[in-house]
Design a protein around this ligand. Structure first.
Ligand code: GDP
Length: 205
């Protein structure tokens, strides 16, 4: 993480995926969960991921790689971070949800170099129905995922261990869930080193 990251492309459908090569991790979560803030905090670059995921711009997988690698012509980056489109808009029309599900499921099923998806859950809300649907999708696609609680500064510090234990218990029987739930606050910087460490171990950087 000690280098600048750049946005290389938005992927609206699988034909636009960068060549497979580097191991990648992806971030998923309900809109407003704090996904952009967390990606920006992880890399220490404020404007990398867009913090206002407006509903119209949600249908792309956004690829970030260390600066200096275009991903073209065999010039492959060592790793990539993929910002998956947010889900769970209250007024999302069914066709948009279907499109999201198709793009994400096709990607999850077809991307051999995707090592893990970090599924972000707002500490104040816990796992909701549409989070559960996404976990079902990940289990079905047999893609390893880990739960990351966000915005822990918004709840009492003493409540964090309890929430971690409750969340771990909720996903215990899920086949593709990686054991161990992480907690973060982009605002305070809590848990960022642990998450960086987890990612580094996952993609071997
Ligand atoms: P996204 O839609 O998942 O990308 O969410 P954003 O990163 O845009 O964040 C949504 C809102 O939550 C914004 O108002 C952020 O300022 C706020 N937010 C994000 N992370 C944190 C955090 O760790 N603590 C607090 N208190 N607010 C946060």
């Amino acid at each position: 993480f000690g280098h600048p990251w750049i946005f290389i492309r938005g992927v609206p459908s699988l034909n636009f995926l960068p060549p497979e090569g580097p191991l990648e991790v992806a971030f998923a979560g309900r809109s407003n969960v704090g996904k952009s803030s967390l990606i920006n905090a992880l890399v220490g670059q404020k404007g990398l991921a867009r913090t206002s995921n407006t509903p119209g711009r949600t249908q792309e997988l956004n690829y970030f790689v260390p600066d200096g690698y275009s991903g073209e012509g065999g010039d492959l980056p060592p790793t990539a971070i993929v910002d998956m489109p947010g889900y769970g808009y209250a007024q999302a029309p069914k066709e948009q949800v279907d499109k999201w599900t198709k793009l994400v499921f096709d990607y999850l099923r077809g991307r051999a170099t995707l090592k893990r998806v970090y599924v972000l859950i707002d500490s104040r809300h816990g796992i909701k129905k549409n989070d559960d649907d996404v976990l079902d999708l990940l289990d079905k696609a047999a893609v390893s995922y880990q739960i990351v609680l966000t915005k822990t500064d918004k709840i009492k510090a003493a409540g964090v261990p309890k929430l971690l234990a409750e969340t771990a218990e909720k996903i215990r029987k899920r086949p593709a869930a990686y054991p161990g739930v992480l907690s973060t606050s982009s605002e305070k910087g809590d848990g960022l080193d642990e998450l960086r460490q987890a990612i580094a171990e996952t993609v071997g950087i």
